[in-house]
Design a protein around this ligand. Structure first.
Ligand SMILES: Nc1ncnc2c1ncn2[C@@H]1O[C@H](COP(=O)(O)OP(=O)(O)OP(=O)(O)O)[C@@H](O)[C@H]1O
Ligand SMILES: [Mg+2]
Length: 437
């Protein structure tokens, strides 16, 4: 493929999911295509048996390159990476030559349920621990969250996608570094994030000490990307006062692997019942929301991360439009988050208010079969089909899936968005008058 497209081999990688394909294409399953992605730069040290390729044109490539150089220097000075024991996936903290933690690396084949998960969470399923996210695809999402965080509004730490060949990582659930006899380099696709020095995460203290602005800014990002994993452990902070006490602290958001699902799922928004979320948006925040343009965001992601699926972009467009309209209407972050979330008391799985609006909008266009297309288990359109009887995408949903987005063709999707827009005003009015707002 590199020859056919006239792309020099050193400037590109042929990847399939979490694998970099060299000369062996046997890993490519028949239902999906491998992707030729542009390498940005390669940094390696043969003596330390490490080679890192920065993939794609991240807008902070210089800073990423510096961090990569620093971790290689660290390894040369004997500062090996430190595996992080909490959580369900393989996570490594890489250090500089002074032994300070500077970067967090999460190989995509060590995610929960992926083949080389070092913590015993190895599975056969295509679906990850969160619905509508496939195993091996969380790394792209980490980078997408960073790229979407324009002007560092929510303070997502610098994140990039790397192809990293190194002898330290887990293979078949075992740490290769422990097997000293065979220190074999393994090549992995991984997300790479700047390490944020912190003492705590949001589960360690009461919520009172968090600034309203940082809760709002993280909440705005979470809504746009439909984050399904914003639990308390995924906010970091550092104490501010010299005397060991706490003033108000800003939160730093991490761990965005479970955002941008392929269907409109229930999010996990830890902040939804925090008092800060009920404080009205500030002028700055309203201005930021007003300037969001999900169509531009989709274009940017298609260019920077071509492996992100169209279904994920549709979910982002839907959620961003919802946020924009709700903010103009005067709803608070708490209102918006609640409308997107599963009902607190319900035992059975019930649709959220947002999902109900979408179900209604789909009904409005359902009379016309032509707006729907059959999709295969991968969510890809099947050519030539115009049936309204959609095959359930059970593989990805892994349970009740209330709102699919890829079974509408382009025309159907546009019409659906129009109907969705029309239904928002009554839904917002209803919410205000029900006394929740
Ligand atoms: N950018 C970062 N800066 C500092 N520490 C980090 C950073 N990213 C992750 N960590 C640390 O590594 C831990 C695990 O990282 P992360 O939450 O991304 O992985 P995870 O396996 O998906 O966790 P979980 O499934 O528990 O949410 C975090 O709880 C935090 O302590
Ligand atoms: Mg986490």
């Amino acid at each position: 493929m590199q020859v056919a497209l006239n792309v020099p081999a050193e400037e590109s990688s042929l990847t399939f999911g979490d694998l970099e394909l060299k000369n062996d294409l046997s890993a490519v399953r028949n239902y999906s295509l491998p992707l030729l992605i542009k390498n940005f730069m390669r940094i390696s040290s043969s003596s330390e048996r490490i080679s890192v390729v920065i993939i794609g044109n991240t807008n902070q490539a210089y800073k990423t390159k510096q961090l990569v150089k620093d971790i290689i220097k660290g390894i040369k000075r004997g500062a090996s990476p430190i595996p992080i024991h909490g959580g369900c996936g393989g996570v490594y903290s890489f250090r500089n030559s002074r032994g300070e933690n500077i970067a967090i690396v999460k190989p995509t084949d060590e995610e929960p349920y992926a083949s080389n998960n070092p913590k015993g969470f190895v599975g056969q399923s295509v679906v990850s621990v969160k619905r509508s996210v496939r195993v091996g695809e969380t790394g792209y999402r980490e980078v997408a969250a960073y790229l979407l965080d324009y002007n560092h509004f929510a303070n997502v730490p610098l994140t990039a996608l790397l192809n990293i060949s190194f002898s330290f990582f887990s293979v078949n659930g075992e740490m290769t570094s422990n097997r000293t006899a065979e220190m074999k380099q393994v090549s992995k696709l991984a997300s790479f994030q700047q390490f944020i020095p912190h003492g705590f995460d949001a589960s360690d203290y009461g919520t009172k000490i968090f600034t309203v602005a940082s809760v709002h800014r993280i909440g705005i990002l979470d809504i746009r990307i439909l984050n399904m994993d914003r639990h308390a452990g995924n906010f970091l902070f550092q104490k501010l006062d010299g005397d060991g006490g706490f003033g108000l602290v800003d939160l730093i958001p991490i761990d965005h692997g479970f955002c941008l699902p392929e269907n409109l799922e229930h999010p996990k928004f830890e902040w939804v019942y925090w008092p800060q979320a009920s404080v009205p948006f500030s002028e700055d925040e309203l201005e930021y929301i007003k300037n969001l343009d999900p169509i531009k965001d989709s274009k940017m992601l298609r260019k920077e991360l071509p492996m992100i699926r169209e279904a994920c972009l549709r979910v982002m467009v839907l959620c961003t439009n919802f946020l924009k309209e709700a903010a103009v209407f005067g709803l608070s972050l708490a209102d918006i988050g609640e409308m997107m979330s599963r009902k607190l008391k319900s035992r059975e799985e019930e649709p959220s208010e947002l999902q109900l609006i979408c179900i209604e909008a789909r009904k409005m266009i359902a009379e016309k079969d032509v707006f729907f297309q059959e999709v295969d288990a991968e969510g890809n359109h099947l050519a030539g089909s115009s049936s309204g009887n959609m095959r359930p995408n059970e593989q990805l949903a892994g349970g009740t899936c209330f709102v699919k987005v890829m079974d509408m063709n382009e025309e159907g999707w546009e019409l659906f968005l129009e109907k969705f827009q029309e239904l928002l005003y009554p839904a917002f009015t209803n919410r205000k008058s029900s006394g929740n707002a």
